[in-house]
Design a protein around this ligand. Structure first.
Ligand SMILES: Nc1nc2c(c(=O)[nH]1)N[C@@H](CN(C=O)c1ccc(C(=O)N[C@@H](CCC(=O)O)C(=O)O)cc1)CN2
Length: 298
């Protein structure tokens, strides 16, 4: 069997196009969604992601402002910036790029963001709403994974057995919650899980998110399963190359022979993250301004 490739790059481009059409509609009503992205420090990967967020938000017709702060920024200064962004009516979405440099405390920082502007969906109020089925903002990567799953398997995922590998606040935990919400039977595996391969073999939907290059082998995968690989691991550069290859948590060449559908890395889940961020920003803007989200053709 050769698995169907799930094209996250194309899905993200299509989603951004729909968002841009909706942004144009709300802009005609005098509401231009505003996104503030805060980057503390000089982590090279974070710099790339922040530049992409800025550019893609602008391409979608939003106002997009990046705040770049030195790695030694005192927590009080960062909290002060967040307070000003919370109070700025032109800013509907705020995110602090993660990870933040030590000794900044991620929890304190995320907790300072107005939950209505928390377009990363990581504030405890939004985390709570996700678990009780309330109307919060959803974390971007898990949200993007759900969209890819529904594009692949159809809207109804009920009864499918799903395994999420990893229990991070950014990905594993909210992904498990979204799968539960979709009526899947969900298991969360982690570093202490016994016989991970066996757990994987039972899963109709497999979502590895651990940051272990090619950890999930082809013979761990149930034939026909849908594999959403959230891992993004940069290998050491080959001789003569400046940058190493980016690979997922799944041994792709093996998995593609067994799975029914699979996301590649790169070009799978990653691009959906920023598209979902723009989606959350538009949602936050519409809610703040008392507008319904405009309808557009899918
Ligand atoms: N505040 C946040 N911080 C971080 C998040 C997040 O959702 N909110 N997620 C990641 C980083 N991230 C966005 O911030 C992100 C990661 C990857 C991609 C992406 O498109 N990846 C490409 C490959 C890019 C490359 O070649 O390096 C792909 O997979 O095709 C977008 C966004 C951690 N921090």
């Amino acid at each position: 069997m050769t698995a169907r490739l799930i094209d996250g790059k194309a899905a993200a481009a299509a989603l951004r196009q729909r968002i841009a059409a909706q942004v144009a509609r709300v802009s005609d009503l005098g509401v231009v969604p505003g996104l503030a992205v805060v980057l503390v420090g000089e982590d090279p990967a974070s710099q790339v992601y922040v530049r992409s967020k800025e550019r893609l938000a602008r391409e979608a017709g939003m106002v997009s402002i990046a705040h770049r702060l030195p790695p030694t920024t005192p927590e009080a200064d960062l909290l002060d910036l967040i307070r000003r962004l919370n109070a700025d009516p032109a800013i509907h979405g705020i995110l602090v790029q993660l990870p933040v440099p030590k000794p900044l405390d991620e929890r304190t920082i995320i907790g300072a963001i107005d939950p209505a502007k928390d377009v990363d969906g990581l504030h405890p109020v939004n985390v709570g709403n996700l678990s009780i089925g309330g109307e919060g903002l959803l974390p971007c990567t898990p949200s993007g994974c759900m969209m890819l799953l529904r594009d692949t398997l159809g809207a109804d995922l009920s009864g499918l057995r799903a395994l999420v590998i990893g229990r991070s606040n950014l990905m594993g935990k909210p992904m498990a919650q979204l799968l539960v919400r979709a009526h899947c039977t969900v298991t969360v595996a982690h570093s202490r899980t016994r016989d991970l391969a066996d757990e994987c073999r039972r899963a109709d939907i497999l979502v590895p998110a651990v940051g272990q290059p090619r950890m999930v082998r082809g013979d761990w995968i149930k034939p026909g399963a849908t594999v959403i690989d959230v891992g993004m691991n940069r290998l050491a550069p080959e001789p003569g190359q400046e940058k190493g290859r980016l690979v997922g948590d799944v041994a792709f060449e093996e998995a593609v022979e067994v799975a029914g559908a699979i996301t590649p890395v790169p070009g799978g889940v990653g691009p959906m993250t920023i598209a979902c961020l723009l989606d959350n920003t538009l949602t936050a803007a519409c809610r703040a301004e008392g507008l319904a989200r405009p309808a557009v053709a899918a």
